[in-house]
Write a protein that binds this ligand. Structure first.
Ligand code: GTP
Ligand code: MG
Length: 280
């Protein structure tokens, strides 16, 4: 990780534009503090990727939020979509003073699993970089030449050693940016269940039609999913681990619907109250 960080710092110094790929479902929690340091005196473009999985109303709120941040420009996309990826490239480079004799260097950075390599592949129009829905797929920096005299650099996802507050770690785990084993799985499940029951009850009820009422708590929800989906152990007891896995996979993949894990309001109430519990 230290080596990667050093390499990123070296490359960033030579880059014209830094594209920070965030997860649109958790745009603050998926920011890496290191990126701000890499971006000194550079155009910093935040790309809220996976917008197809995020709640569109909340994404619009995030766009307003980032408009108010100084020296930052933000755009929401789905990196697998050709025209949206092209729009992001245009957005990122449009104010840059170009010296046509020299290639424009774009560097794609961000935490693991946010879609950096997917964006590179879509822009290149072919599969150059390996992608996958687990963290840390890309291990080395990779340069690709695009049209219009542009070089784009894909980089390995980077995280920092201690993720705080805990809610941030849970949101990152549900999104797939950190592995399920990095955080207590029970806590991740409680976070996901509470988010769905409090913020998206209609989507929850629509996905799990066997629920005849909104579950009273997370245990109730997992028990009902386990019973209905046959996640059972001996003597018909619910296998909580398996049932929880169903919920997490459904949420992560968008099967429950378009869901955001945090809102700009959570951030400001955190700052005001110094609270670390944005979802309760
Ligand atoms: N739904 C959706 N999935 C996406 C999008 N972009 C990427 N993905 C998926 O997210 C997963 C991670 O994508 P990658 O491109 O490998 O992410 P990465 O940031 O390069 O990950 P690392 O190399 O591990 O840091 C893959 O399963 C992609 O198919 C998107 O806009 N929408
Ligand atoms: Mg990658």
């Amino acid at each position: 990780m230290l080596e990667t960080k050093k390499l990123l710092q070296k490359s960033a110094a030579k880059a014209d534009v830094i594209l920070e790929i965030l997860d649109a479902r958790l745009p603050k929690a998926s920011e890496n503090p290191l990126v701000n340091r890499l971006c000194q005196n550079k155009t910093q473009v935040k790309i809220l990727n996976k917008m197809d999985l995020a709640d569109p109303k909340i994404t619009a709120q995030w766009m307003d939020y980032f408009k108010k941040e100084r020296n930052v420009r933000a755009i929401a996309i789905n990196a697998a979509d050709k025209s949206l990826a092209a729009a992001a490239l245009e957005f990122a480079t449009r104010d840059i003073q170009r010296n046509r004799a020299r290639k424009l260097k774009l560097m794609v950075v961000g935490i693991p699993n946010t879609g950096k390599s997917t964006l590179l592949n879509t822009l290149a129009g072919k599969k150059i970089a390996r992608t996958g829905n687990v963290p840390a797929i890309t291990r080395h920096q990779q340069r690709t030449s695009l049209k219009n005299n542009i070089d784009i650099y894909d980089t390995p996802g980077i995280l920092w050693p201690v993720i705080e507050p805990e809610q941030r770690a849970y949101a990152l785990a549900v999104s797939g940016a950190i592995s399920d084993t990095a955080v207590d799985y029970q806590d991740i499940v409680c976070f996901a269940a509470n988010l769905l029951m409090k913020r998206y009850p209609e989507l929850l009820m629509a996905r799990y039609r066997f629920l005849d009422r909104l579950p009273g708590d997370e245990t109730d929800l997992i028990e009902q999913i386990g019973a209905a989906r046959g996640c059972l152990k001996s003597k018909g007891r619910v296998d909580y681990q398996k049932a929880a896995g169903v919920l997490i996979q459904d949420l992560r993949s968008g099967k429950i619907g378009r869901i955001s894990f945090e809102t700009p309001f959570d951030i400001s109430s955190d700052e005001e109250e110094n609270s670390v519990h944005p979802f309760v």
